[in-house]
Design a protein around this ligand. Structure first.
Ligand code: SF4
Length: 586
């Protein structure tokens, strides 16, 4: 089964903006924070908002002085706004700018004597709000047949609800042109909806069935399902991965996945991941085993631990320690990293539940075994550090102590008072941890060091690629992190600037590498391996941006392989030079 994932799936601009405003205000507003009706038509997100103290107001009686009330992205009518204001609440308007534009068009034309015909769902919040701008001369139609039923009107403005299908609107507009002589047709379907519909049409050309992820009460999600069915493609609307009809879907060779404008990324990811797992279950045995093993290795952080051991090896190759392969230092890197990463996952269960639901279920089911694994590896890592001498033992102890301060609450019972909850330290401290484990540890156990330049480059290389990893995971988890109020680099800088930062960091790394190689001649040749690593990161970064690779477990494998590629390349370069009779092996 081939899975085709829509690039436009997930939160639209208006929903994203409304959620960010609500979560941001919930953290600072003095009194109760409410939304006027559900802020978003997705029960999972509404529940999450509730944990932030943002609840839905059921009517005017819930409002009052001292409270803050959010208007959802769908907007409201002027009369409703006045009534809400009269209750004495602080009003925060999260109406989508695209909806506000439609309201303005209606207001302008109503003032000029036009009647307004809205193509939309009569009961939908957005349409009720738009009607309020029509000065009592508003009509709602759902099809071209409804146009015939309208009374004779002298001057008519035709608008569409922002999430309606373009084809349907064009049909209604044709019927309206025949009926009314003085007609203005406004283009009011929003850009996000148009892109979503265009992409859906492309997917429907190639897919035999479609999965639409979204809330059961979300109109635009239902609309996507209806479009697919109208074109004769079986469509299944689900809220979560658990609702997938896997046995039915197995009968199709290609399944498309799209989502409504109010569906968070993590729910789409969960659905895609589940479909992929099912597709792999039907593969030949070796392929199935390979994917099963990779999934487990990623979920229990074994791959990232292998990456740490590989980076230690890279440092050893760069600084020319003797003996080159210090197995105890490599084992320390592996055990310490896996132990710390597993403990970190347990300390961050809430975020995991949202950002990586597939991993969360494993940690819930195998909690005891994973805690024993993390504890055992921690003890083993400390024993290995102790066996390598006093400096290594001190550094090993320091790494674990710092990791505990980072992961666990400084004051018991105050879970938010952790270093990892600090916006500025969140990504920087783990990167320093990577440097300590994969560069400083090999350094303190080295018998000789060839050049300080090599040490500097190794430190910078590890800093950059560990930071790039954190930023990429932050980009993947951006929606969830924003809702959880976590201050990651992508949350602080935004998506665009974070991507620029990744490219800038890689650019700096390449400049330093080139300077180092120019200064050392061929003496620093293991550093040549940094070039393919940077090229590799840029390649998968591009695939990720274009959504050719989706942010699932396979994507995590791709990202973590960046730690393994460099040392592998450096080892090959070094062996190659040795074979030519150059370098320390020659
Ligand atoms: Fe705004 Fe379009 Fe999203 Fe509606 S679907 S909230 S109009 S971006």
């Amino acid at each position: 089964m081939k899975i085709l994932v829509a690039r436009e799936a997930g939160f639209c601009m208006g929903v994203k903006r409304a959620l960010e405003l609500a979560v941001g205000r919930a953290a600072t507003a003095p009194g109760e924070v409410l939304t006027w009706g559900p802020l978003i038509h997705n029960p999972q997100v509404v529940e999450l908002l509730r944990t932030h103290g943002v609840d839905s107001a059921l009517g005017y009686s819930d409002l009052g002085p001292g409270k803050t009330v959010f208007i959802s992205a769908h907007g409201i009518s002027p009369a409703e706004r006045e009534r809400i204001k009269e209750t004495g609440v602080r009003l925060c308007d999260a109406s989508c700018p695209d909806v506000v534009k439609v309201q303005a068009v209606i207001r302008r034309h109503a003032a000029a004597g036009y009647a307004t015909v809205i193509f939309g769902d009569a009961g939908h919040t957005e349409v009720r709000g738009l009607l309020g701008f029509a000065e009592g001369r508003g009509y709602v139609v759902d099809s071209q047949e409804d146009i015939e039923k309208l009374p004779e009107l002298e001057k008519v403005l035709l608008v569409s609800q922002t999430t309606r299908p373009r084809d349907g609107y064009e049909q209604v507009a044709r019927a309206a042109r025949e009926k009314f002589r003085n007609l203005v047709v406004a283009r009011t379907i929003c850009a996000s909806t148009l892109r979503r519909q265009e992409e859906l049409a492309e997917i429907l050309e190639r897919a035999e069935a479609l999965v639409v992820v979204g809330g059961a009460n979300s109109a635009n999600t239902a609309r996507l399902t209806a479009i697919a069915r109208e074109r004769g493609v079986p469509a299944y609307q689900v809220e979560t991965a658990e609702e997938l009809p896997l046995e039915e879907l197995e009968n199709y060779r290609a399944v498309g996945v799209t989502a409504g404008a109010s569906t968070p990324n993590w729910l789409i990811q969960g659905v895609v991941e589940r479909l992929k797992e099912r597709a792999h279950e039907k593969s030949p045995a070796p392929v199935r085993q390979f994917f099963r093993l990779s999934r487990i290795l990623v979920k229990i952080n074994a791959l990232v631990a292998l990456g740490a051991a590989s980076l230690s090896l890279f440092t050893m190759l760069m600084i020319g320690t003797h003996p080159v392969f210090n197995l105890s230092a490599l084992a320390f890197a592996f055990f310490a990293t896996q132990s710390i990463y597993i403990l970190n996952v347990f300390a961050d269960r809430k975020a995991l539940m949202i950002n990586a639901p597939h991993r969360y279920s494993l940690y819930r089911r195998r909690r005891g075994a994973l805690l024993v694994l993390a504890g055992g590896e921690g003890i083993l890592a400390l024993a290995l550090a102790a066996s390598l001498g006093i400096p290594a033992a001190l550094l090993g102890g320091l790494v674990f102590a710092a990791a505990c301060f980072y992961i666990f609450p400084l004051i018991p019972g105050r879970p938010l008072r952790r270093f990892k909850d600090s916006a500025h330290l969140r990504e920087l401290l783990p990167s320093l941890g990577w440097v300590a484990i994969t560069v400083l540890f090999p350094l303190v156990t080295a018998e000789r060091i060839t050049s300080p330049g090599a040490v500097f480059l190794a430190v910078f290389f590890v800093l950059v690629i560990s930071l790039v990893r954190s930023i990429l995971f932050g980009l993947r988890d951006l929606q969830g992190d924003r809702l959880l109020g976590r201050g990651t680099i992508p949350v602080l800088l935004g998506r665009g600037r974070s991507k620029i930062l990744i490219v800038a960091l890689l650019g700096l790394l390449l400049i330093f590498t080139t300077l180092y190689l120019a200064a050392t001649g061929w003496g620093g040749y293991p550093a040549l391996a940094i070039y393919p690593v940077a090229a590799y990161i840029l390649t998968y970064f591009f695939l990720f941006r274009r959504r050719i690779v989706f942010e699932g477990l396979f994507w995590e494998v791709l990202v973590d392989c960046q730690f393994i590629l460099g040392p592998l390349g450096a080892g090959l370069v070094r062996l190659g030079m040795a074979a030519c009779g150059k370098g320390p092996f020659g």
